[in-house]
Design a protein. Structure first.
Length: 148
């Protein structure tokens, strides 16, 4: 099991090129995601912002939001993680800290498309950039988005 933050889903749904390819690859065989209960709202907010900036069309945004509704997730409430999120406040946003605290509690890694989060100090779990995680994924190199 691995925790994926909303940035990975957003990239998988609406980003073209290597970043989107990496995100789609790492989520391809995931039938169930373990996520903070803010996950769908955070992903929807990011897609809305991309649509408002003209980075994706209204149709693309609408399609992505429809897919968010169909994601199978195990959602975790905030309160059990509040103390750990607060401990991380100097290095992470509350939302990022929630993902980190969840990954720590599940004794697993967190995968993100957010470089700032991937490089932050404080987490006791592995926090990995989605491109690095995708490069480690099994499967033929032809399915990966970047050459070896």
């Amino acid at each position: 099991m691995t925790v994926f933050d909303a940035s990975v889903l957003v990239d998988a749904l609406v980003v073209a090129g290597p970043a989107g390819n990496d995100a789609r690859e790492v989520l391809r065989d995931r039938s169930l995601l373990h996520v903070p209960s803010i996950f769908a709202a955070e992903a929807t907010s990011a897609i809305r912002a991309m649509q408002a900036r003209g980075e994706v069309s209204t149709g693309q945004a609408r399609g992505a939001v429809s897919k968010i509704k169909t994601m199978r997730t195990v959602q975790y409430p905030f309160e059990p993680f509040l103390d750990r999120v607060w401990e991380l406040r100097d290095n992470l946003t509350v939302y990022d800290g929630w993902y980190v605290a969840l990954a720590e509690s599940l004794d697993t890694s967190l995968v993100t498309a957010d470089r700032r989060l991937a490089q932050a100090s404080g987490p006791r779990c592995s926090v990995m950039d989605v491109a690095r995680f995708a490069a480690r994924s099994p499967g033929p190199p032809a399915q990966r988005s970047r050459p070896e």
